[in-house]
Design a binder for this molecule. Structure first.
Ligand code: SAM
Length: 278
């Protein structure tokens, strides 16, 4: 039994047609309507009863419903004003547990809106998904203000986030995601689950923060990964030239300068950042 089942909600298809919410490609709208799938996604962060969840792009409110029914209070930001009436109905049905901000997720201060300790869950619009993820992973303060991330990405982006060295998918996103957090694929999602179906497959990624390694800073990790993967086919002694001290630091850490970025493990990037930070 769901902790806070909301009785009497109309089917999502009816909400979409009554409010004229035909999907707008420019807003990255691919809606999820399968309540069982939405419930499974809402279970990824763990027990949400009484927790706050920040959701980007609730759209007609499918995932929002599942989160509310899991007992969460939801703070959501939606750019498409056509969705606001449908979301207001959902807020009423949930007894006032949904607050919707009408605006652009790239422009709001979500930490202030959602509050420290909030979980973040979203079927992300693909056009801002990676930028938002990088923003949540590159905070100077760590542990971060958020408790966990549960995010739907295109499968190719999800694969890059969880990738291991010596693979084509391994890159800047992998290191940013893994150097002070664990990132896993919680479930693959078939393109046919969306309305309309996108061209590519998707996956839900779950991120839990870990401790920040002492002596390494996000600024240095960002500079190293941008330089190393910006020229991923070049040897490190060439690609790292733009980061002062980095080529010399390779020897201290025991990384051969002939290696290429995709062979360098997350731990090795952290060691390099530590040495540079000294
Ligand atoms: N959560 C719904 C679902 O799962 O069915 C909709 C997900 S759809 C992939 C992405 C949603 O993000 C759309 O509702 C879209 O209008 C909204 N959106 C797009 N860009 C946005 C932005 N910059 N800020 C806030 N919402 C945005």
């Amino acid at each position: 039994m769901k902790p806070k089942a909301i009785p009497g909600l109309p089917p999502l298809r009816e909400v979409i047609s009554r409010h004229g919410l035909s999907a707008d490609k420019a807003l990255g709208q691919n809606f999820l309507l399968d309540s069982q799938l939405l419930d499974r996604i809402a279970r990824v962060p763990g027990d949400l009863d009484g927790a706050t969840v920040y959701e980007v792009g609730p759209g007609p409110g499918g995932l929002t419903r599942a989160l509310l029914e899991a007992g969460a209070n939801v703070v959501a930001v939606e750019r498409d004003r056509r969705c606001l009436d449908a979301l207001a109905e959902l807020n009423e049905a949930s007894g006032g547990r949904l607050r919707v901000i009408s605006g652009d997720a790239m422009k709001i201060d979500e930490r202030t809106e959602a509050g420290d300790g909030a979980h973040i869950a979203s079927n992300l619009p693909y056009n801002v998904g990676t930028a938002l993820f990088v923003r949540w992973m590159t905070l100077a303060d760590w542990a971060p203000w958020w408790t966990s991330l549960t995010l739907m990405f295109q499968r190719e982006v999800a694969d890059r986030i969880v990738a291991k060295p010596d693979t084509d998918a391994y890159g800047r996103l992998s290191v940013l995601a893994q150097w002070r957090a664990t990132a896993t694929i919680a479930m693959p999602v078939h393109r046919s689950a969306f309305v309309p179906p996108p061209k590519v497959m998707s996956a839900v990624v779950h991120v839990m923060p870990a401790a920040q390694p002492e002596g390494a800073s996000i600024g240095t990790i960002e500079a190293l990964t941008a330089a190393a993967f910006g020229q991923r086919r070049k040897m490190l002694r060439q690609s790292l030239k733009s980061v002062p001290g980095a080529v010399d630091a390779l020897a201290t850490v025991g990384i051969a300068p002939e290696r290429r970025a995709e062979t360098v493990s997350v731990d090795e990037f952290v060691e390099l950042a530590r040495v540079l930070g000294k």
